[in-house]
Design a protein around this ligand. Structure first.
Ligand code: ZN
Length: 346
């Protein structure tokens, strides 16, 4: 089935706004014709949310507690609540969050999933049949690493939360299976950054407290980083040196982190990134789309509007009360647009 869309297209890997017509066949972008048209819409690639914990969907309004008391395994509040939640309730809560992601323009997400094999299975069940790519990083439970057979790899909380010998064993088992190893680092302080880098991870989360030396190391080792600025702000952890990491050529993507702390709305994440960290709208949009797709290994299909990629697009109303009179479609999309400006998601 072939159909066309017309509007201001946020085009290619540089996200250059151009007016034109997109031809879509069987869900794939077949042709992009640049053409002067009178359009009321912006056509943008859907988001990739590069770091979530959607198991937290069962606890959306926690009390104000220090970060460790909320999320640190095994006894942080979220882990106590997860342990008390029935499988059906967990899946229903995660399903609602996934629906919310789709509705707010996200086409893929990378999740840190607790509770071993059962946790990864629950995520698969929650996302089953929905129009979104989910990638899970599981976590061992009771020494069982069976989850590795059905997900991307392992995602750990911090080298400060477990014995290093145990972590090394987990990393070894993960790599033996040909899977990826991801870990939070530099969130509370800088203590866990060098130990994390020493584990040769495939992905680092946060890096708020990374200094020049650590940034150089990450660059040398070519480790991608996911930043979660709204989460960092709420937990009072500070803000990551995104500009410095980008200047070094490090692959940086953005995530909304714990559903307990934040909604999964990537428009909020973009607005916050644009206001606090980068002051470069193109880079902000890239962090929220193409760079996440690269980290997920999905950039041949998703993350930007190019011929041959999947047509996972959001069509936004340029004439909504919020967007009325905008002059720069990309800047307004990044700093101002909201989910209620979306007319349609493909
Ligand atoms: Zn996290």
């Amino acid at each position: 089935m072939e159909h066309t869309l017309q509007g201001t297209i946020i085009y290619g890997d540089d996200f250059e706004p151009v007016d034109g017509i997109i031809t879509i066949e069987d869900g794939i972008i077949k042709e992009i014709e640049k053409k002067k048209i009178n359009s009321d819409t912006i056509i943008a690639p859907c988001f990739v949310n590069a770091h979530t914990h959607i198991g937290d969907s069962v606890i959306k309004d926690p009390p104000y507690l220090p970060l460790a008391e909320l999320v640190q395994p095994p006894n942080g509040l979220k882990h106590r609540i997860l342990a008390q939640t029935s499988k059906d309730d967990l899946i229903a809560a995660m399903k609602a969050t996934i629906h919310d992601m789709i509705r707010t323009g996200t086409c893929a997400f990378l999740d840190f999933r607790e509770s071993g094999s059962a946790g990864v299975k629950a995520l698969k069940e929650a996302s089953n049949g929905l129009n979104i790519e989910s990638r899970a990083f599981g976590r061992p439970m009771d020494n069982d690493m069976g989850y590795l057979d059905s997900c991307e790899g392992t995602g750990l909380s911090s080298t400060s939360d477990l014995e290093m010998d145990i972590i090394r064993e987990i990393v070894l088992n993960t790599k033996r299976k040909g899977k990826k190893f991801a870990i939070h680092a530099g969130e509370r302080n800088s203590d866990d950054i060098l130990p994390a880098i020493g584990l040769e991870p495939d992905l680092l989360i946060h890096m708020i407290h990374a200094e020049k030396r650590e940034i150089k190391l990450i660059k040398e080792e070519q480790i991608p980083v996911v930043v979660c600025v709204r989460s960092n702000f709420i937990t009072g952890s500070g803000l990551p040196p995104i500009k410095k990491m980008l200047d070094e050529g490090i692959l940086v993507a953005a995530g909304t982190d714990n559903v307990m702390l934040n909604s999964v709305n990537m428009f909020s994440e973009m607005e916050f990134l644009a206001r606090t960290a980068i002051y470069d709208d193109r880079q902000v949009f890239k962090l929220c789309t193409l760079n996440g797709a690269k980290i997920a290994g999905l950039d041949k299909e998703l993350g930007s509007i190019k011929t041959g990629k999947k047509a996972r697009l959001m069509i936004l109303n340029k004439k909504s009360d919020n967007m009325h009179g905008i002059r720069s479609p990309l800047s307004s999309l990044v700093r101002r647009a909201r989910p209620d400006d979306i007319i349609r998601i493909i």
